[in-house]
Structure formats: C-alpha cells, structure tokens
Design a protein around this ligand. Structure first.
Ligand SMILES: [Zn+2]
Length: 105
C-alpha cells in the first residue's frame, strides 16, 4: 500500500526495496532502552517525566514525541520512524517554542 509520502514514480518492487532498505538501517540503530518498572522516565524531547519506559514507542502526552529510543547521541538525525521527518533536535525546538509561547500568554 502506498502512503502519501511515497514517490509515485516508483514501481511496487522499487518501493518495497526502498522500504526494506530503510527498515534494515532503522532497526540497526543504537537506541536508549529502559524497561517498564524502572520509571517514570524522562521524555527525550520535552524533559517531562511522562514515560513509563524508554525505547518502546510510548507517546509523550506532554509533547507528542514517540519514543523510539532516539536520544542525545543521535538527536540531529532524521530517522524517518514514527516521528516522520522530525529530528529530535527539531522537535525539541518546536516543543520549547510552543511552551515559551504558552508561558508568555
Ligand atoms: Zn515529551
């Protein structure tokens, strides 16, 4: 099935090949993990203690970051996982801008 961000000029085989290659790279990345029971854990994006574990795709209720294990060690990378085209740095920047705006209101 094609998504809205998929290149429409690619054949099905090319699309599957690209997705498979991306998935291999994505799953080989170094991630931060912390099991359930050791938390609450700090969200790598907004810094609030909103996560019950790390690296398990929990979504922060404060900022909306989905925790796939990305943290300071690769914060500038756009990984293309659940957070789409946002790097952790870019999401942090957006989060703090919105927080500052709310604080000033
Ligand atoms: Zn957060």
């Amino acid at each position: 099935m094609r998504g809205p961000g998929d290149d429409p000029t690619l054949s099905e085989a090319e699309l599957i090949g690209r997705r498979t290659a991306w998935f291999k790279v994505y799953t080989r990345q170094r991630n931060v993990f912390a099991p359930t029971g050791g938390g609450p854990c700090t969200c790598p994006c907004c810094g609030h203690t909103t996560l019950s574990e790390r690296g398990r795709y929990e979504i922060c209720e404060e900022c909306g970051w989905e925790d796939d294990g990305q943290d300071d060690h690769v914060s500038a990378a756009v990984r293309g996982g659940p957070n789409g085209r946002l790097s952790l740095d870019a999401s942090r920047s957006t989060t703090f801008t919105e927080t500052d705006a709310r604080s000033a209101a």
